[in-house]
Design a protein around this ligand. Sequence first.
Ligand code: ADP
Ligand code: ZN
Length: 709
Amino acid sequence: MTSAAPIRSQNPVDYLKRYYGYDRFRPMQEDIIQSVLSGRDTLVLMPTGGGKSVCFQIPAIMLPGITIVVSPLIALMKDQVGALHLNGISAAYYNSTQTGREQRNIEEDCLSGKLKLLYISPEKLLTESFLSFLKRINISLFAIDEAHCISSWGHDFRPEYTQLNILKEAFPSIPTVALTATADKLTRQDIAQRLGMSDPAIFVASFNRTNLSLQVLPGQNRIQQIFKLLQQKPDTSGIIYCLSRKSTESLASKLQEKGFNAAFYHAGMDPNERSRIQEAFLRDDVRIMCATIAFGMGIDKSNVRWVIHYNMPKNIEGFYQEIGRAGRDGAAAQTVLFYSFADVATYKEMLAENSPANLGLQLAKLERMQQYADAHTCRRQILLSYFSEELPEPCGNCDVCRDPRVTFDGTIIAQKALSAMVRTGERVPMNLLIDILRGSRSQQVLQGGYDQIKTYGAGRDLRFEDWRNYLHQLINVGVIEIAYDQHYALRRGILADQVLYGGRRIDLVRPDDAPKPVVEKTKTKSETNRDELFERLRVLRKAIADEQNVPPYVVFTDTTLEDMARQKPVTPDALRNVSGVGERKLQLFGKQFLDEIVGYVRGRVQAGEKPKGSTQLVTFDLYNTGMTIEEIAAERKLTPGSIAGHLVQLAKAGYDIDLEALISPEDRYEIEKAINVIGLEEGRLKPLFDYLGGRYDYAKLALVAGIMG
Ligand code: ADP
Ligand code: ZN
């Protein structure tokens, strides 16, 4: 295996491959890196999971001095630095949890130029003693992570951040790169200005996270639906966001009763317990986290495979952030939103009670969220349009795209319902209203005298269940409201008058086309087969992570394991081709993962299959029984040349094979002589064969070429 010695390339992509094991940059990463390397102040807006880290880490490796990384998330620094170490990059963090001695060691390493990155919190950075220390070291770059914290417009304002303008005053010639996942324009300008950036290059990456599937499900029987959903995803990590602390607890215990590995998390818990639970989740010891939105800030876990919203969030910003915690590794991840109009009503009540100064704005935001949940068009288009980004084509990865709904003009239905409501004084609840519309002679209808009104029986043509469905749709779009304080009577919603008198058209979805609750799905055979190697690799990853005391996704991401399970590399060179396997990790963990894959491949061969990479292994096993090349070739019905080729590849890959013992010294001498005269074009043995007049077969030629190369 090659050593992880430093490289001297001017090309960032070489560093991406060497240190991170990735073949190519994601959109914008390379331009951002070039901008930073050119010494220009740079502002980066990229969604969570977009890949901001390499945008300052690769410049940090390439630039001569040290990069100071300012981050508010002290709890994360240890894992971030641990991840850098596993990639072979020298980094440290500096904070008040360390002893004086540890801090002095780090200072030494800064002075001697040993470190490429130093992570520090703004509080610590801005002390006078630390600033004067910074004057004595060779700084190449300041990277300000979570840069929105500097802006009071942002959702996570931190007063310490506002002092960061001191950096530009004290170090005017050192470039700054600021990074955030917050998109809006106000915050953007504010960040650049407050950091004192001069003419910054601004990069706004797409906020479209194509690997996240989007789905909205009806809010009835949520728990049953969640059970079914989770049964389809054993051994994956995910978050269920709930509105209240109490519901996180009760949901977690219901899941536990069913045998799921679940826990809960909210801000009302003891801080020690909170960090213990969070850690358990990071380490894959707890799989399902039932949490309030207090959970997730600064959670770097990249293998969250799904996020479920038990309740609808208050606005799209929050929703987007929360689902954004899924699939940071780029592998497919599922998001599900349970939607019921009751949640909307609860928020409205809460808002009305608190009557905040910006009530109007908050209600408008709530409405946008509700529109998303109600949509009969591509949900991703709606989501992105909220962030002023246009998606020209429907996405194909949301429930609407996958299962298009047919709408029809439902204005008459809406008008019938509204008129019946108005004529009953907006006093009757849903079931009674339906009875009236359907001309029922129930006691309640007759007692109320509702059989006398004009719209009595006007909706006979529809089934009771269909009416329920349409009324729910009308509530969701704001044509009808539920008066919770008036015994759940239905009354006119904000759009009602426009529908009754303003000629407003209302589209409805036929009940058969409306989103259906989750149904149980049984796995197909090929799915289980495909997952078997992945599962073994996952178990190995967990064991290594525990031994290294880091979260599993820091060892390898889910994407990398998936790629490994697909490619089934059985040699270090092949393993290097797997996305996410850099040189350092190859050195550290390569052997263990290869052994696991080899073991799996052998097992499949014994079961009569021929998985990728198995042919060399079969040859190797026969070689170990003491057979000659010719015997192996006869047994496998392959040419001796191919068998010799396998053995050369295996030997190069570090398998215990004595190539020299397979050829006589005389033959070897003659062939070597010939190679020295005519040379050897890459892998082409034919010229050599001809030059030697066909006296030596291809197996011998391959062996000598292997020994020499
Ligand atoms: P952010 O900080 O923007 O939320 P990260 O920097 O943590 O995102 O990156 C998210 C994930 O994407 C990480 O697992 C990272 O290794 C991976 N990643 C970053 N750049 C690339 C790339 N060019 N190719 C493949 N994966 C990448
Ligand atoms: Zn879509």
